[in-house]
Design a protein around this ligand. Structure first.
Ligand SMILES: *[C@@H]1O[C@H](CO)[C@@H](O)[C@H](O)[C@H]1NC(C)=O
Ligand SMILES: *[C@@H]1O[C@H](CO)[C@@H](O)[C@H](O)[C@H]1NC(C)=O
Ligand SMILES: *[C@@H]1O[C@H](CO)[C@@H](O)[C@H](O)[C@H]1NC(C)=O
Ligand SMILES: *[C@@H]1O[C@H](CO)[C@@H](O)[C@H](O)[C@H]1NC(C)=O
Ligand SMILES: *[C@@H]1O[C@H](CO)[C@@H](O)[C@H](O)[C@H]1NC(C)=O
Length: 316
């Protein structure tokens, strides 16, 4: 049970359009579970993919996987647990996406689990200057009538078409607009708290599309004189367990904020209690982009500072 369950979308299960959904990396493994406490006498647990029986487990019998089903589509890639009824699909392919149904003939139990592929490539990187607006574009040219479109920021639902979602505790107020043609999301006057991961899920009877966006908020451009001191702050009230990751370009700056130490290689850079980066006596090769990611259990913040040589400042 290790290489499994890569990402969980919060399921909004009121027996509804969503049911349970899972996303898995292409080539990864996923375990689908009927979540039964035990398999009782007479139980017959069936797994179907698009109406076709692919696996069955009966009480006190060896589990069977039907390798020839669907022209051998799943051959060698299904594992069925005879104790729990859990079905594992290994080496998950794009063509394996869809609805998996598990049922128990005996007590009319039925549940569908929708599985989509989530490859790293699908995360679109978006940078936006604090205070500006940004549109996160879906790949759709039109929204169909029966589409349900849901946008999440972290694990909060922030916007939805044709379902009601509570929205993000007033944080976005009137700053979000959903384009009813394309499902794209427009955020105005962006704040640092708006940074992080966004996910849109578009689903109807015909299709399920997931897209992800990683939004970095550029906190500011700082034009500095060589030899001066710059403080780049995390703009967050850091808690003890929060993870802070600073980078200069692609290079990670290793910090220990409890000892206020920075890997010695980064000359004249130190760190505050709050994880702020202090660049003293900045040298010409230290101008560039500084990124910070601040992560806790429920949120991810991604900020960037562009530290530039004042000599490069151009008046417009
Ligand atoms: C988002 O909406 C605002 C307000 O309607 C608009 O001014 C802005 O151009 C839009 N932003 C983008 C990036 O499309
Ligand atoms: C949403 O539902 C309403 C009726 O409930 C329908 O008229 C509309 O076309 C649906 N789709 C969108 C994208 O709003
Ligand atoms: C943008 O948000 C800030 C607070 O984050 C607020 O002070 C400012 O008035 C807002 N600007 C606009 C144009 O709404
Ligand atoms: C570090 O900063 C001090 C002054 O703050 C300076 O004298 C020294 O040369 C700097 N060291 C490096 C390697 O830049
Ligand atoms: C996680 O971080 C966000 C924003 O940085 C903050 O609003 C939230 O309270 C934090 N949650 C926990 C559990 O620390």
């Amino acid at each position: 049970m290790k290489n499994i369950l890569l990402y969980f979308l919060i399921s909004l299960s009121t027996e509804g359009v969503f049911g349970e959904s899972l996303s898995v990396k292409e080539g990864g493994s996923v375990t689908l579970s009927p979540q039964l406490t035990e398999i009782k006498k007479d139980d017959v647990i069936d797994w179907r993919f698009g109406d076709i029986l692919i696996a069955r487990v009966r009480y006190n019998n060896n589990p069977s996987v039907y390798e020839d089903a669907l022209d051998g589509k799943f051959r060698g890639r299904l594992k069925l647990d005879g104790q729990t009824g859990d079905l594992t699909i290994t080496n998950f392919r794009n063509t394996d996406t869809g609805e998996y149904e598990v049922s128990n003939i005996i007590n009319n139990f039925r549940k569908t689990i929708s599985v989509t592929v989530m490859s790293a490539v699908e995360v679109k990187l978006v940078s936006v200057l604090k205070g500006d607006s940004v549109t996160l574009h879906t790949d759709l040219t039109e929204v169909h009538e029966d589409d349900v479109i849901q946008w999440r920021h972290g694990d909060t639902c922030v916007a939805e078409i044709n379902k009601t979602c509570d929205g993000p505790d007033g944080r976005f107020r009137d700053r979000l607009k959903l384009d009813h043609q394309t499902g794209s999301l427009n955020i105005t006057n962006i704040t640092t708290a708006d940074s992080g991961l966004y996910e849109v899920k578009i689903s109807s009877s015909r299709r399920t599309i997931n897209q992800r966006f990683s939004v970095t908020v550029i906190v500011g451009f700082m034009f500095m004189r060589e030899g001066s001191t710059v403080i780049l702050n995390t703009d967050t009230e850091i808690q003890r367990d929060d993870e802070i990751l600073w980078k200069f370009g692609d290079e990670v700056i290793r910090i220990d904020r409890f000892n206020r130490r920075v890997d010695s290689r980064w000359r004249n850079i130190s760190v505050s209690d709050n994880g702020d980066l202090i660049l003293a006596n900045i040298q010409s090769d230290q101008f560039g982009d500084y990124d910070v990611e601040i992560k806790n259990k429920s949120a991810l913040k991604k900020l960037q500072y562009k530290v530039k040589d004042v000599k490069d400042y151009v008046l417009h």
